[in-house]
Design a protein around this ligand. Sequence first.
Ligand SMILES: *Cc1c(COP(=O)(O)O)cnc(C)c1O
Length: 393
Amino acid sequence: MRNRDDDPPIITLSAGPVDAYPAVLRALSRPVTYDFDPSFQHFYESTVLKTAEALRTARPPVILMGEPVLGLEAAAAALIHADDVVLNLASGEYGKGFGFWAARHCRELVEIEVAYDDAIDPQSVGDMLKARPEIRVLSVCHHDTPSGTVNPVAEIGAICRAHDVLTIVDAVSSFGGMDVHPEQIHADIFVTGPNKCLGGSTGLSILHVSERAWDRIDANPAAPTDSVLSLVDWRDAWRRDVLFPYTPSVSEVHALEAAVQNYLDEGPESVWARHALTARACRAGVRAMGLDLWPAREAICADTATTVRVPAGLEDAAIRQEARRRYGVVFSAGRGTLLGKLVRIGHMGPTARPIYAVVAVTALGGAVAALGGKADVAAGVEAALAVIDGAGT
Ligand SMILES: *Cc1c(COP(=O)(O)O)cnc(C)c1O
């Protein structure tokens, strides 16, 4: 039995967007309400306040009507002043990519770049801020998804706070799956979205903006207004008695509410725990099969995706194709400069269940072996199960 390319996948283990929770799919099927109907305005306010609760802050986040790349670009445009020096931390494709947006708005972009299987050393950030005291804004990606590595954003945030530097943090593929919250890490703008660890749909950006960041945005004559890129336009839209600047994506807002409610009802600590356990089982299985993890050290591996080096002599596209055709299991490809070097197993939201680690190891190992590579699938499955069983339920 083979899965044809035009058959739908059987199990999607992508690193985002992810298969949404059933409650999210049901929410997407609700009638599209007129946005200025009082029932929707109430619903919008309560959705934003619920999202603030999930973010563990009293400040209502800004919701922008496009997937989180919009939020990241909007954050750069609003916060960065034309005469700013910005420090961008690049330990992967997303971190590096943010620098291209930042560079459009600032006087000078300074970067600390490390190999894309490594993470930023907070000490290097402290040293740079001492050497270049004119740096005003720092940008960093928490989980650089194409690498499967995480940066120590809490330490970096504390250093920035001590130097009075504002931070923009991309937490798109970690918030909701790991213990990371804007105020805990001193983030001034914290960008996330519903379509990764929250198991939501793909159309919104969620931005926490600190009071200091609002002050700086208000003082920035170049901060966009009357624009889809504008944080300012949407700042007060969460209030039921304030009119929307433009039409919100009604169905996406329904889906966001379902995703956030799901997360709060299950209990954030439980949600993070199943992400972490799935990741540990995945890593143990990959190693026991004789394959190599992409990150340089286990300590910097994300809980929300596991990245595996493509074995010598094989091609990543062939491995992913074989896993899909043979077993109906979908993995993510590498991205940018990492395309072809690794295969990514996502365990975010609904697929952050330990048994999917067994599925991932089996399908990945099975595909590698079928292509003539070396993978001890039985040893991999055994190691993954040992982690799951050892941890109890
Ligand atoms: C998914 C993701 C985004 C959103 O961007 P897309 O590439 O359009 O999905 C931004 N940052 C990170 C770290 C992500 O994982």
